[in-house]
Write a new protein. Sequence first.
Length: 249
Amino acid sequence: MICNVSRGVLLAVIAVSAGAANAASTSPVSLMSAGEQASLIESRYSAGGGAPVVPVTTRYFASDEVLISWDDQQVLMLCREAVYLQIPAGKAGDVALAAEQRQMIAYQAMMSGLGSLATVAEAAGDSVVVADDGSETRRAGESSWAYGVERHDVTTQRMADGALRIRARKTETVNKAKPAEPDDMFSTEDDQAARLSELAPVGSWTEVVVHGGPRQAQVDPAMSLKGWISMGDDQAATVGEARKLHDCK
């Protein structure tokens, strides 16, 4: 039996069918798996509202060596005992950096690549979808904090060179904390204020571009370490010499 269908309904059905036919196919991607296999991670962060953009580049080598670059500074990890910092004169102040300061700079640098990826994964979830035709895919994301949730606008894209781009921009902070009672031991007004102050501001964003592909074998052994600061007491002239001094495998 054929039913009579109005012209408006028919046009609507045709439009939906055409849209479904033209919609780009998508593929799921695990952000953590992508990070573990990355040869290069480029990350950028801004607090929003005209705040400066902080770019960091982390390159991974097949030998497990890592080179992190930001502004005019670098951190190079050849092996666990061989870590070197390049910090231009004036950036470190007028006195030599204490061991604890060097360790903190190196640790923060080491965490920048996968740390930025973890930041966008917290907003987007580990599994994201990317359009197979290279177009942007946008959706809302949400992450929890001590007294509520943070909401994000998440963009994912497969770049022309195969790299995976993920951008998370914070759109809202939802605070579900109840007014503190005088006898509260944990959810006090001070604790609520402290946890809130730890959050990134609305409008802030983090963008990560994950490059796959084969990793370079290792850092060039002839690379000069002149002007670099060792985490130890050595003054190796080149990467190759540093490897020998620290018995890097």
